[in-house]
Write a protein that binds this ligand. Structure first.
Ligand code: ATP
Length: 646
């Protein structure tokens, strides 16, 4: 728990969801069955109507076969317990025996058909739910993703993506179980109505127990959701082929393993608690159900001895009770499972609804005109859950076709400002406009369509090098020539073409054809991606951190050349102030405020000037080393010591 300062249990978050979901009674859940059935039926129908029809028909037929089997067994018993010579009794029982055999064979064949159809239908359903859920996640506003309550609810939805498949499978079992149970109930009711009541008495405790266990498991899942997510992300870096070297050298691997053991123990304690509680519930359930069963057999005994029930009928009743309790258990456990899954599915549906509420708008005014001018007026921004503003009252203009530099110390708000300029975040106060269109009112797709991003940390996608560049403009068809030209411009083309599998090399080592690219090479892939995207506003955040000095100079020259067309704007965020000297405008941020702006010469003329101080500090570093004499070899430690004594 060291890594997360304690257990990641969320009682408060749980309380929010417990009311609507956990107070569901078994009957409320059973009442929901038809609507659940309709919902999953709709999804299955949309994906593969033929498969759904075959599946339902096969299950119904299978249920009918079980009913035939019971009726046939009853007939066989009636004939066997009747008076007369055994060969005659056997001959008379033969048609019923054959019917029973045919029913069993039919059940087996239908079972094979069901397995096949399920294999065809279920993956389609799962895929469709996954696409709906993850598709929604890609459209959610960044600020919503960073709000921990919203994010938790959104993340919960992922456990429901295969719930429809499981619910469909359960509902199919429930329907066939209900048919078989119906047959057994009819047989019992015909023999004696009291036997039906006994059957319900046997079933009721089982239902109750199953609901209690399921609700407890669901509550636990909600309360420990963050713990589960944290354990997953904790282990993920260990399995990567290019796992961070700190895992080994700093002993971080040991720390992570101990942490996961620690977290695993907490999770195991929770599982053990659930298992103990389940065992306690099971004892109570089994005791109640067992008592009811004894009563049922007692009733049968009484009917045999006092009520004059024939032995064959009693035999059938025993069989029917045994079968019916089996079917009941099947129905209860499947209905229970279905209800549990429906809770996860409800989570997924809620996530999708919540995601839609926080979706990036794809309607509104479009950004028109060639090139863009971005104007920020009195912009203030605070991250969700943060205690202070990351930006305060920032007003500035990013003109069309110019190089604009954003500078300032770490944490001064440069990346945040770039995010607002790119339309990734909306200001808490003030406005950001593109060619006069307020981003808040704009169709954000049309804003994004004007921007190419080269972020501080280039995304290293586990796919081919070619796809890693094409993903920069994924909405358009792949253009190999353009990819090669972009790579050429970022000076990475030769490196890629010399890889054993060239453009088809996969950019992570864990895969077949995998290669390991260096930090600088990744940065160049990132540049190629942004070049390939070819948009009006190129936002570049610390583009040279991983580049060697020559590459760094080339990169800044190359960035400047993007504006040669008089349309493309380059917004450059960098700590290397030598590179900002020839920017057209420099904006200086300090503690979230814009404190200076102008050309390099204007800013150097300010007295006192923040930019000037930063610039001179950097320049002095180089000067200091230039002026210092080249150090000779260090004297041996003894000599220093003796020299010191003299
Ligand atoms: N996603 C976030 N959620 C909450 N606070 C954030 C988030 N990102 C940044 N911040 C905070 O906002 C402030 C500005 O951060 P930002 O990343 O914009 O600074 P920066 O100038 O780009 O820094 P650097 O030079 O180190 O990259 C910092 O105090 C940071 O802690």
């Amino acid at each position: 728990m060291l890594l997360f300062s304690g257990a990641l249990r969320h009682d408060k978050a749980w309380a929010k969801y417990s009311d609507p979901l956990l107070r569901m009674s078994f009957w409320a859940m059973a009442r929901q069955f038809p609507s659940m059935l309709a919902m999953i039926g709709r999804i299955a129908w949309r994906e593969d109507p033929r498969a759904l029809v075959v599946l339902v028909a096969a299950q119904l037929a299978s249920g009918a076969m079980s009913a035939f089997l019971l009726v046939a067994t009853n007939q066989v018993l009636v004939h066997l317990f009747a008076g007369g010579p055994t060969p005659d009794k056997l001959r008379e029982a033969l048609p019923a025996l054959l019917l029973g055999g045919a029913s069993s064979a039919g059940s087996v064949l239908l079972g094979c058909l069901i397995v096949q159809v399920e294999g065809r239908l279920y993956p389609k359903i799962e895929l469709s739910c996954r696409t709906a859920y993850y598709g929604m996640m890609t459209r959610v506003e960044m600020s919503a993703m960073e709000d921990k309550d919203i994010h938790r609810q959104l993340a919960l939805g992922q456990y429901g993506t295969d719930s429809v498949r499981r619910m469909l499978s359960s509902s199919v079992w429930i329907i066939s179980g209900l048919m078989s149970l119906g047959a057994a109930a009819v047989v019992l009711a015909t023999l004696h109505p009291l036997l039906l009541a006994a059957l319900l008495l046997i079933a009721a405790p089982r239902w109750w127990g199953a609901v209690v266990v399921m609700r407890r498991a669901y509550a636990s899942q909600h309360a420990w959701i963050d713990h589960r997510r944290a354990t997953d992300v904790l282990l993920w870096p260990i399995t990567r082929a290019g796992a961070t070297p700190e895992l080994r050298v700093h002993g971080a691997g040991r720390l992570l393993i101990h942490a996961q053991e620690d977290m695993g123990r907490t999770a195991a304690a929770e599982k053990a608690r659930l298992a103990r509680a389940e065992a306690r519930t099971e004892v109570v359930t089994a005791a109640m159900s067992g008592t009811a069963r004894i009563l049922a057999y007692g009733l049968l005994w009484w009917l045999l001895v006092v009520g004059g029930m024939p032995l064959a009928a009693a035999g059938t009743a025993v069989l029917a009770i045994r079968n019916a309790t089996g079917y009941l258990n099947q129905i209860v456990s499947q209905l229970n499972r279905m209800c549990e899954e429906s809770l996860y599915l409800t989570d997924m549906n809620n996530s999708i609804k919540l995601g839609a509420q926080h979706a990036i708008p794809d309607h509104g005014a479009g950004v028109e005109g060639e090139g863009v001018e971005v104007v920020l007026q009195d912009v203030t921004f605070r991250y969700p859950g943060a205690e202070r503003d990351a930006l305060q009252g920032v007003s500035l203009t990013i003109p069309k076709g110019k190089v604009v530099a954003l500078v300032g110390e770490n944490g001064s708000g440069k990346t945040t400002l770039a995010g607002l300029i790119a339309g990734l975040y909306l200001p808490t106060a003030g406005t950001v406009s593109y060619n006069g269109v307020d981003v808040r009112e704009a169709n954000r797709e049309s804003v994004f369509d004007r921007v190419a991003l080269l972020p501080q940390d280039v995304d290293c996608w586990p796919m081919t090098v070619r796809a890693n560049i094409h993903i920069g403009d994924a909405g358009r068809p792949l253009d190999q020539e353009k990819i090669e030209a972009a790579a050429e411009r970022a000076d990475i083309r030769t490196v890629v073409e010399k890889l054993p599998h060239g453009w088809d090399s996969i950019a992570v080592k864990d895969f077949e054809r995998g290669v390991r690219l260096s930090g600088g090479q990744w940065q160049r892939i990132g540049v190629s991606r942004a070049v390939y995207r070819e948009r009006d506003l190129l936002i570049v955040d610390e583009p040279t951190a991983a580049l060697d000095p020559k590459a760094e100079i080339d990169m800044f020259d190359s960035l400047r050349s993007f504006t040669d067309d008089g349309v493309t704007t380059v917004l450059l965020i960098t700590h290397r102030l030598a590179a900002t000297a020839n920017a057209d405008v420099i904006y200086v941020l300090h503690d979230g405020r814009l404190i200076e702006h102008g050309g390099h010469a204007d800013l150097m003329a300010l007295e006192p000037g923040h930019y000037r101080t930063l610039y001179e500090m950097q320049a002095r570093q180089y000067q200091q080393y230039q002026d210092a004499p080249v150090p000779g070899p260090r004297p041996p430690a003894d000599a220093v010591k003796n020299g010191g004594e003299r």
